[in-house]
Design a protein around this ligand. Sequence first.
Ligand SMILES: [Zn+2]
Length: 131
Amino acid sequence: MENKENTAAAAAPATAEASPSIISPTSSPSVPSSPPCPPVILSPCAACKILRRRCVEKCVLAPYFPPTEPLKFTIAHRVFGASNIIKLLQELPEDQRADAVNSMVYEANARLRDPVYGCAGRDLSASETNK
Ligand SMILES: [Zn+2]
C-alpha cells in the first residue's frame, strides 16, 4: 500500500499568461514629486511625550526617539538632561545625529548601571583588577 504522496508532479496546465497589452499608465501624477522628508510621525515623539511639550513638525528629537521606544529617551534624559540632548543634536549635522543618540543612549545605559564610571567602568575596573 503506497501513499499517494508522489503525485505532486502532475502536469500543470500550461497557462500562457502573456500579459495583454498594457492599457495605459496610471493617470499621470499631477502632484509634484514630494520632497524627501522623514516619515510623518503622528503621535508626539517619545521625547516630547516625556517632556510634555508639543512635538512640532521639525522636532529634532522625533526621528531618534520614536514613540515606540520611550525608554531610550527616558534613560538619556535622566543622565544627560533633555536640554543637553537637544543642544547637542542641534549642533550636529543631521547625518551624525543618529550616531550621537545611539552613543548617548548606550552611555546612559551604562551610567545607570554604573553611576561612577559609566561605560568607562569596564575598562577601568578591568585594569584595576589586573594590578
Ligand atoms: Zn518631538
